[in-house]
Design a protein around this ligand. Structure first.
Ligand code: SOE
Length: 384
């Protein structure tokens, strides 16, 4: 039987919008018919380079396009609520980048709206879709880890190390009230709660702004890509958002946790590391080595899984597309996420086996609680 082709569009021409386009093109059941970005020249160029036939500069016009059935929102954070809402109002399915919104008042509204409309809604917590993340969940689901006692880890990057490093993620107007916890702490929390099935109930956060003043390039960074900037090319801006944070947390079963997030850790590019201590064993992974999962025992030799469909549990196997010894990684996580989303849209699946707006809302609530905790210097209950 011929597969039904589904027409999609992507809003956003930065780092992640084009990654969505590439992943969608690998599905075989999706035509990416339009790309939308604010800058007409850049959008035309990127659309041409990615083989996308239509380029829009106004997302409202894109939403009037009757050929488009699904819209991916990879715009900056300050547009997430407005654009996600408009996508659902237009009757199209919505795949949003994280964070779902900047506040829980907005994320709650989107959860309600998606239910009212009965449309498929997804949030891109892509790290769930590494085969070894699925394996970690499978062993937890099977009871092999036992009761979870503790969760700890870190998510470290170095792209904001220098005072001359600047990003819109440091501007609360665009990004929301948190930089590091919102941008990467949200991934950590989503991943470990997905794997364990537990809920984070309370947080106690300590935030640090390493550079209180940063030097922002006066021109659009992309225009300078690959060139050395001179001192006069920068202007000084005051920074309030954190680039480093440590967060203690408590879980619904009484377990305890802690994570550190940093965007100023030299040499760490995108290192999401977690360890889950259960009553029967511990499991741990470093997502810069996405094809490995460690299992620690007290009374016998430790083990480690490698990504090889023949040794993974049935639950994790569909997420590994190549045999053992053939590594899979970052772009494949998006492909796996989109496979599940588009099977749901096509009516080939009746389960939401991907992060939905409800999961996006949970992540926003944790970040909101962490910001409040850091300001007030006390434990805060997460307001789901
Ligand atoms: C930048 O910190 C970033 O691209 C995040 O926005 C992504 O969500 C994360 O996957 C990698 O780092």
């Amino acid at each position: 039987m011929a597969m039904r082709m589904i027409n999609a569009a992507v809003i956003g021409t930065g780092f992640i919008g084009p990654a969505h386009v590439e992943a969608l093109k690998r599905l075989g059941s999706v035509d990416v018919v339009a790309l939308c970005g604010r800058n007409p020249q850049r959008t035309e160029q990127k659309a041409a380079a990615l083989g996308v036939p239509r380029a829009y500069t106004d997302y409202r016009k894109l939403l009037e396009d009757p050929d488009v059935e699904v819209v991916h929102n990879a715009s900056p954070n300050n547009l997430h609520f407005e654009v996600n809402q408009a996508i659902l109002e237009s009757g199209k399915h919505c795949v949003s980048e994280k964070p779902l919104t900047r506040t829980t008042a907005e994320s709650r509204r989107l959860v309600e709206l998606s239910r009212e409309k009965g449309l498929v809604n997804a949030v891109c917590f892509n790290y769930r879709f590494y085969p070894l993340s699925q394996q970690a969940k499978a062993v937890c689901d099977a009871g092999d880890v036992g009761e979870v006692h503790a969760i700890h880890g870190s998510y470290l990057q170095d792209w904001l190390l220098r005072e001359t490093d600047y990003s819109w993620r440091l501007d609360p107007e665009v990004s929301g009230d948190s930089c590091a916890v919102g941008d990467i702490g949200s991934h950590f929390c989503d991943l470990v709660t997905f794997i364990t099935g537990r809920t984070i109930t309370e947080v106690m956060a300590d935030f640090q702004t390493t550079h209180r003043v940063r030097k922002r390039p006066k021109a659009d960074l992309e225009a300078f890509a690959g060139k050395m900037l001179k001192l006069e090319d920068y202007e000084e801006v005051e920074i309030e958002s954190e680039d480093l944070a440590s967060v203690l947390f408590r879980l619904d079963n009484g377990a305890r946790g802690a994570f550190t997030v940093s965007q100023i850790s030299a040499g760490r590019k995108n290192r999401l590391f977690y360890e889950i201590d259960g009553a029967k064993c511990a499991i741990s992974a470093d997502l810069e080595r996405p094809n490995e999962l460690w299992v620690g025992y007290r009374d016998k030799a430790n083990e480690s899984y490698v990504k090889d469909p023949s040794v993974l549990s049935e639950q994790a196997q569909p997420y590994a597309h190549y045999p053992g010894g053939h590594p899979e990684g970052y772009p494949d996580g998006f492909k796996n996420l989109f496979i599940n989303v588009y099977r749901r849209i096509a009516g080939e699946s009746d389960v939401d086996n991907f992060p939905t707006f409800a999961d996006g809302h949970r992540a926003v609530a944790i970040v909101e609680a962490a910001v409040r905790s850091a300001r007030e210097g006390q434990w805060v209950t997460v307001g789901y």
